[in-house]
Design a protein around this ligand. Structure first.
Ligand code: DON
Length: 308
């Protein structure tokens, strides 16, 4: 369908109206105290098209904690810089388990199911750390460039809060190290992982930053980050694994590759057309934003813009 056929501002207003009864439902992430205090009634949504336009509604310019959404960007950087050998260390299958689960790791010999559960993301960050020597700064620079927002930064309070409550991530990382699947010292790896989760971005920033996935691998400056095939592969893993153990339900309702974070944000991609970002802090039992998933569901239902 032709991009010009859509009146994105009007569509976003309509979606926001339709999901208004849901904003405030669900619960903000409680296991990270710095996130638990966020006002759950906030809602924002943005669309970035491939001509450089960004449209938004509600709290679309309010920065929030991106959390696991950053896992998509570290994956793209690790693949771009290090190539396919990453897939020897992490799989591409949905886990069907919570994002911080340990159980599968033991009977699968320390090789995580996919790059979007915590274990897999730790392997990807480990790879990026080996490739660059400073994984979290590499990620932040990339996000600043792609979003066009030089003010993006880490949230030191969130990073510290994660560190204090990070026993499970530490256990996962040490466990994989015991199988030889982590190359860097675990404490340094965890630090980069927590910093990367703490990056604050708005829906506008995120929609812009994710555009290389809609542009089949081309960056904001026109240079190529990923081959067309790699961009397809990342989108496919987002579709099948991007929303934890609710990926099947997300694909069924939204029909787009998407990646969520426990800050309540979700980024979704319409290849060849646009990138969507939505944020509302109330989460469902699987850790996905209740109003955010509903808004993406409404958007693709109203427009027919999905990969199916
Ligand atoms: O590892 C954690 O617990 C968080 N920093 C990230 C959590 C998140 O958004 C969902 N995880 N995949």
């Amino acid at each position: 369908m032709d991009a010009a056929a859509f009146d994105y501002p009007a569509l976003l207003e309509r979606v926001a109206r339709d999901v208004a009864p849901l904003t405030g439902s669900g619960t903000p992430a409680e296991y990270i105290p710095a996130l638990a205090s966020v006002d759950p009634r906030q809602f924002g949504m943005a669309v970035a098209d491939l001509d450089g336009n960004v449209f938004g509604v509600g709290d679309w310019q309010v920065p929030f904690s991106t959390q696991s959404i950053t896992k998509v960007f570290t994956l793209a950087l690790a693949l771009a810089q290090g190539g396919d050998s990453l897939w020897e260390r992490v799989g591409r299958e949905p886990s069907g388990n919570p994002f911080n689960s340990l159980v599968q790791l033991e009977y699968e010999n320390g090789v995580p199911r996919n790059p979007f559960i915590n274990a897999g993301a730790l392997v990807v960050t480990d790879r990026l750390q080996t490739l660059t020597g400073d994984a979290s700064s590499e990620l932040l620079d990339f996000l600043r460039q792609e979003s066009g927002n030089p003010d993006l930064g880490f949230d030191a309070e969130v990073a510290a809060s994660e560190q204090e409550n990070g026993h499970r991530n530490a256990a996962v990382a040490h466990f994989m190290a015991s199988y030889g699947n982590i190359d860097n010292p675990v404490p340094a790896l965890l630090e980069h992982y927590f910093w990367q989760c703490s990056i604050e971005m708005s829906c506008a920033d995120l929609a812009r930053a994710g555009r290389f996935l809609a542009r089949h691998g081309l960056r904001a400056d026109g240079s190529r980050l990923l081959t067309r095939s790699e961009a397809k592969q990342i989108n496919a893993v987002m579709l099948t694994c991007g929303t934890y153990d609710a990926a099947g339900e997300f694909a069924y309702r939204v029909g787009l590759p998407g990646k969520s974070g426990v800050g309540g944000g979700i980024v979704a991609v319409v290849p060849g057309q646009c990138t969507l970002a939505v944020w509302s802090p109330g989460l469902d039992a699987q850790g996905n934003s209740v109003a955010g998933v509903a808004a993406l569901d409404r958007f693709t239902t109203l427009t027919g813009l999905s990969v199916f």
